[in-house]
Design a protein around this ligand. Structure first.
Ligand SMILES: Cc1cc2nc3c(=O)[nH]c(=O)nc-3n(C[C@H](O)[C@H](O)[C@H](O)COP(=O)(O)OP(=O)(O)OC[C@H]3O[C@@H](n4cnc5c(N)ncnc54)[C@H](O)[C@@H]3O)c2cc1C
Length: 234
């Protein structure tokens, strides 16, 4: 049985085009691991049934932060429209935490691969690693069509840590001097010395996750070294 937590909405922050980070209070003694998710419920929609009132949402925060953040791409659903207009101070229900999409324990390097709003759990995982000063090396490949679509871009660029390498990929922007192509074996080898060594984590829409997983398999990466989280429902 999942625990239900009632939390107040503290802030709504625009983190990219049509993308809002909902900042919520963290209940005392609430424990979760970076990378986990919850069932997020809008109480006023409970009477409309589960398809309207709840969605699975990953924590974009690390457990050491004193608030909870959930970032989502807006859309026309009643759930998202109601949340977008929810006044600050109103209650939201969170059921969980749920899931096993957490970072491995060992010191093997981690490669995080995010598409679009799939960046959400990685923000928490990266900040957690940085907070604890863990020796694990992290490389983040984060792909968006346009610069304005990339959530937390400035924050991620500003992380200066010896163990963190950030490669934003912007595929449809004329004035972008960084990587522009989809992630490939050649790009992996450009940034990672031994591509067989890391544990790979992929988050995004199911098609994106499956394509990247297939590409990694073709590079000879063992499936047991690949962890995935599929953002279904888009
Ligand atoms: C593990 C996990 C983590 C996720 N994390 C994020 C995140 O951090 N940010 C983000 O933007 N998206 C996340 N998603 C996707 C999110 O749950 C929604 O599916 C997505 O945002 C689309 O919602 P919508 O209201 O815009 O779409 P809609 O088109 O309204 O919904 C898609 C369909 O799925 C149904 N549906 C979706 N979720 C549920 C549910 N929980 N219960 C019952 N029916 C449901 C809807 O009723 C509808 O039929 C995550 C998904 C998963 C599985």
């Amino acid at each position: 049985m999942l625990e239900t937590h009632k939390v107040r909405l503290l802030e709504k922050r625009n983190v990219a085009r049509d993308t809002i980070a909902f900042v919520m209070e963290k209940p005392a003694n609430f424990k979760y691991a970076a990378g986990q998710y919850v069932s997020m419920i809008v109480p006023s929609l409970i009477k409309e049934g589960p398809a309207e009132c709840m969605r699975s949402m990953s924590f974009a925060t690390a457990p050491n932060e004193d608030v909870l953040i959930i970032a989502m791409r807006l859309g026309p659903s009643l759930f998202k429209q109601t949340l977008k207009d929810l006044p600050l101070g109103e209650e939201i229900e969170l059921r969980g935490p749920i899931g096993h999409f957490v970072c491995h324990d060992g010191d093997e390097p981690a490669v995080f691969i995010a598409g679009g709003i799939g960046i959400a759990p990685f923000r928490g995982l990266i900040l957690e690693n940085q907070f604890h000063n863990w020796p694990r090396k992290i490389t983040l490949f984060y792909s968006s069509k346009k610069i304005d679509d990339a959530s937390f871009l400035t924050e991620l660029k500003n992380i200066k840590h010896d163990n963190f390498q950030f490669i934003p990929i912007i595929t449809r922007e004329k004035n972008w001097s960084g990587e522009k192509e989809h992630l490939s074996e050649a790009m992996l080898k450009k940034y990672i010395t031994d591509i067989k060594k890391p544990i790979y984590y992929i988050v995004g829409l199911p098609e994106m996750v499956m394509e990247v997983n297939y590409m990694l398999n073709n590079c000879g990466i063992d499936q047991e070294n690949i962890r995935t989280e599929l953002f279904t429902g888009y």
